[in-house]
Design a binder for this molecule. Sequence first.
Ligand SMILES: NC(=O)c1ccc[n+]([C@@H]2O[C@H](COP(=O)([O-])OP(=O)(O)OC[C@H]3O[C@@H](n4cnc5c(N)ncnc54)[C@H](OP(=O)(O)O)[C@@H]3O)[C@@H](O)[C@H]2O)c1
Length: 236
Amino acid sequence: MTERQAVITGAGQGLGRAIALRFAAAGIKPLLVGRAESKLRAVADEIAALGIEAGIHALDLTNDAELAELGAALKGETVDMLVNCAGDWLIALAQDTSNDQLDHILRVNLRAPYIVSRTLLPNLRRSDNASIINIGSIVTALSVPTVTAYTAAKVGLKGLTGSLAAELRPERIRVVMISPGPADTPMRAAASPGIDKSTLVSPETIAAMAHAVISLPPGITTGDFTLHSMLFEPPD
Ligand SMILES: NC(=O)c1ccc[n+]([C@@H]2O[C@H](COP(=O)([O-])OP(=O)(O)OC[C@H]3O[C@@H](n4cnc5c(N)ncnc54)[C@H](OP(=O)(O)O)[C@@H]3O)[C@@H](O)[C@H]2O)c1
């Protein structure tokens, strides 16, 4: 059987790392994409222990030239799964958010998944069971203050997911968004220091859901879904 290949952005830590490890445990070869090459190498070393040789591709997802290089590096290859997981956060009131901050959050969380998905379409079309998974956030389902730019980006990503799913349905390429609630990752530790860990969902649980989506039979898809701890209570 040919080895299936997954491209996972934000794979150097947090949810992207967990998804890469889960996929590798299922025999899928991940291409680890992220900013810090050292982090990607560390994850590739963990994956090597599972007997899978992961690729690494360091880039800044806000840099169009580097995004084009990713497409060039994968030219002619089959990609069975793309997981747009990389993201950045900002906690600030709308009134305090600068244009540059807004642009950055939109670029990483919305524009990059759009461009990476479009760039890798020829690769995904080579697969007989292709998936695009976009990692959203619970903010697509409930509105909370101080994350207006992030929410705008993630709700935009939800719209992109739905429209792209409709466009690609005739080609049997599924496009699904998984929207986690607070998860136990370095991002959450930085954004919510001291948070009660029982209110967090584990990266491994989210990775298992991603694996369930990509394990669906050809021609079958699912709706977008949220995934969160039942102890999570949204702030007022
Ligand atoms: N953690 C949560 O509570 C939570 C909840 C809901 C949704 N999410 C979403 O889940 C996804 C993963 O979050 P996480 O918690 O795992 O975050 P994380 O621990 O901060 O990891 C994010 C990853 O994205 C990469 N990244 C960020 N900006 C990048 C850029 N410009 N170019 C390339 N790579 C970039 C980072 O790479 P470097 O480390 O190399 O910079 C990092 O590996 C994000 O989309 C986030 O919005 C997280």
